[in-house]
Design a protein around this ligand. Structure first.
Ligand code: ATP
Length: 699
């Protein structure tokens, strides 16, 4: 590359370590303190224009508040450049190549870097450019001015007419960053010295990591012995890959964040014959992935490759464009990964990962904290416009009590440790009136429960036991409307809806007599024999005293849930069973909380379901009483759910309800019609779409 003029000119556009930058900078006053971020026009004016490539737009030339950085190199230096392929800044540029190509990446680490002493200390600021610690002066405008002659002479040697450096040594010398250092001489007078920082001023150590276009080394300033991370980009590769513009954009963008305490600082840039050098704060806390491994938060799969591919936003993949909200997507991915130990979207190949991203295909592991889940769900929204804003994120429950702004960086970060869900075992919801842990009362557990919310009156039932009569129903909600094909009874409402594990097993022969046995056999045909089944189901309890079971969907916000309901159990008839809990249609049912809800709700869920079932049954009784007068077919039903005999469901009344198998309804949605025939043989189809939004409102 000796004397390779074309390379030199091309990289002149990078404005890396071009001494004439200092000259240019020194001839412009720094932005007033009151306006530390000059507008694009001002910035463009302040930036050295002559040798900046035309392809670099005004935005990329924006200069940060620290004009003094211009003295060391071409502009205030950026911290660790972000990905040159997935960076939202780049992506927002419609000319940027949209589908990232990472075939050159050799990293096996994770992008997130932990600042030195992560959590407690921040990278020291300013030590290398301030007077303290023997570093370089924080040069002022006047200091800049005083550097002008030297810089100009250096610039002259680089700008246009001057030949490019001829030898490697020449490159090292003339490729160095040039700046000034303000010092106080023996007589107490301020003096300004010209200083240079180049590749010879650092000793290079081990490789810290590799990016698509770079290798990052641990390096030590020979003079100050301060350690840095130096990112080295091979000129030839950058040019070949046409990344000059992006190197510039990254650098200039991060220049604007140069004072940010949470972002690594870029101190100097310089070049030699073959490479560009970025001198960055050293993040010696290691990779985020490494920290996750130590805390046991990371699973095996995540170790193979974690990179930007997993955080790329759907809009970048589908519309080849991205925006600020693309960062919010990535933020949601990172929060997820910090808690789950793996990224939300991860597959065997990048292509498959991208497929998952555009289909919003991810799951929360059991025990994922609910507030974090909510936050992630609101960030991982396909429509960028509907993602939470930064302000909303700050106010989200997940960050409750967390101060933002400068205070955040003064706060000692909590130690990373594995998240332990509050409850490991799911609570079993036994539909006989008590949940495990609570002392079961064989007689009447209702007494120990809080009163139902709307008991209107009580009336003696046929057997002398009081039945609560509840006549008031709330107006239909959106959920009721959406699920109306299932809510076939008069004024039927959904009282509670949610995912539960449903364990169903055929009742032993004899419990229901011959008829039941036949029913059982019939069921076996659908349910694949007499084995116990445990499946997650969407369970709805209705005001007509019914439980409707539908296949559980994987989607969040109810989006992908199906309204195919597979079975209904009427909370109507009491069938004594030896084991208690819920029976219907020749089956015995036990309901369990899903692991997720068990851990998130701290065991409240079981009680809520039981309360709801009681209420449903009471409502059903009162409705029935109202419609049938003295002919109360529910008169025998005890007023509590406490008895193991409170078996619910009546195959005689609902002959077909249990004949609708998962399999038989898998590809279509069925609906039942009115009265006791509502689960009869007629099963109409209704579209999934009808129920989606309704469920959405429930979650
Ligand atoms: N300031 C730093 N301190 C310590 N290690 C670093 C620092 N900057 C980068 N690294 C290490 O070097 C690796 C490559 O970083 P680099 O910034 O060159 O690429 P990238 O932008 O992360 O990747 P890509 O260019 O592929 O998007 C990082 O993954 C990290 O391991």
């Amino acid at each position: 590359m000796n004397g390779d003029l074309s390379l030199s000119q091309a990289l002149g556009g990078l404005r890396i370590a071009n001494p004439d930058d200092a000259a240019e900078a020194s001839s412009h006053a720094p932005p007033p303190a009151s306006n530390p971020y000059p507008d694009a026009a001002t910035a463009a004016a302040a930036a050295p224009p002559a040798h900046v490539e035309a392809s670099v737009d005004a935005e990329s030339n924006l200069l940060g508040p620290d004009m003094q950085h211009l003295l060391y190199h071409d502009g205030p230096e950026a911290g660790r450049p972000r990905s040159s392929v997935y960076s939202p800044v780049l992506a927002c540029d419609s000319s940027a190549s949209a589908r990232p190509s990472r075939e050159h990446s050799q990293r096996d680490g994770q992008r997130g870097l932990v600042s030195p002493g992560s959590g407690s200390s921040l990278p020291p600021r300013g030590s290398s450019r301030g007077l303290r610690g023997g570093g370089y002066a924080s040069a002022s405008a006047s200091a800049s001015a005083s550097a002008t002659p030297a810089s100009q002479s250096a610039a002259a040697s680089f700008a246009g007419d001057a030949p490019v450096p001829a030898t490697s040594e020449d490159w090292k010398d003339r490729g160095a960053a040039v700046g000034v250092r303000r010092e106080v001489d023996a007589s107490g007078r301020a003096i300004v010295r010209q200083v240079k920082k180049g590749v010879r001023d650092f000793s290079f150590g081990r490789v810290l990591g590799e990016g698509s276009y770079s290798t990052v080394y641990l390096a030590t300033d020979r003079q100050t012995l301060k350690e840095y991370a130096i990112k080295v980009l091979e000129k030839r590769h950058i040019i070949k890959e046409k990344k000059i513009k992006y190197v510039n954009i990254e650098k200039n963008t991060l220049n604007r964040l140069t004072e940010h305490p949470g972002i690594v600082r870029l101190y100097y840039t310089f070049q030699d014959e073959t490479s560009l050098y970025y001198v960055l704060d050293l993040c010696n806390g290691g990779e985020l992935l490494g920290v996750l491994k130590k805390t046991g938060q990371e699973d095996g799969r995540a170790a193979s490759f974690v990179g930007t591919a997993e955080y790329v936003s759907p809009e970048l993949l589908t519309h080849k464009n991205a925006c600020k909200a693309s960062d919010l997507w990535a933020f949601g991915c990172i929060i997820y990964q910090l808690l789950a130990g793996r990224p939300p979207f991860k597959a065997g190949s990048e292509y498959l990962t991208f497929q998952k991203i555009v289909n919003l295909e991810y799951e929360f592991p059991p025990g994922f904290p609910p507030s974090a889940r909510d936050l992630v769900e609101r960030c991982l929204v396909l429509d960028p416009a509907r993602r939470l804003t930064i302000e909303h994120i700050k106010n989200h429950e997940f960050f409750q009590g967390q101060q933002f702004g400068k205070a955040l960086w003064r706060t000692k970060a909590p130690r990373l440790q594995p998240y332990v869900p509050p409850t490991q075992e799911p609570n079993i919801i036994q539909l006989n009136g008590f949940s495990p842990g609570a002392a079961p009362s064989p007689s009447n557990t209702t007494a120990s429960r809080p009163p139902l919310s709307h008991p209107q009156a009580t009336t003696p039932s046929g057997n002398g036991r009081p039945s609560r009569i509840i006549t008031e129903l709330p107006p239909p909600t959106q959920l009721d409307i959406e699920w109306s094909p299932v809510l076939t009874r008069n004024n039927e409402r959904i009282l509670k809806l949610g995912d539960l594990m449903v364990i169903s097993s055929p009742l032993p022969n004899g419990i229901h007599g011959k008829g039941s046995d036949e029913g059982h056999k019939k069921l076996s045909r659908f349910f694949g024999g007499s084995t116990t089944k445990k499946r997650q189901r969407l369970v709805m309890v209705t005001s007509s005293g019914r439980i409707v079971l539908a296949p559980a969907g994987g989607g969040r916000s109810g989006q992908n849930r199906s309204s195919r309901f597979s079975r209904q159990i009427a909370l109507g008839e009491a069938n004594k069973t030896p084991r208690g809990s819920l029976c219907g249609g020749g089956h015995h049912y036990t309901f369990e909380e899903t692991k997720a809800s068990a851990s998130s709700e701290s065991g409240r869920t079981a009680d809520e379901w039981i309360d709801c079932l009681e209420k449903a049954r009471d409502l059903a009784i009162s409705q029935n009483a109202a419609s049938q007068g003295d002919d109360n077919s529910f008169a025998d039903i005890p007023s509590t759910m406490s008895s193991p005999a409170s078996t619910l469901g009546n195959r005689a009344a609902y002959p077909e309800a249990y004949g609708v198998s998962d399999r038989s309804t898998r590809n279509h949605l069925s609906k039942s019609h009115g009265g006791h025939d509502d689960v009869g043989p007629k099963r109409n189809r209704f579209s999934k779409r009808q129920s989606r939004s309704g469920l959405g409102s429930a979650f």
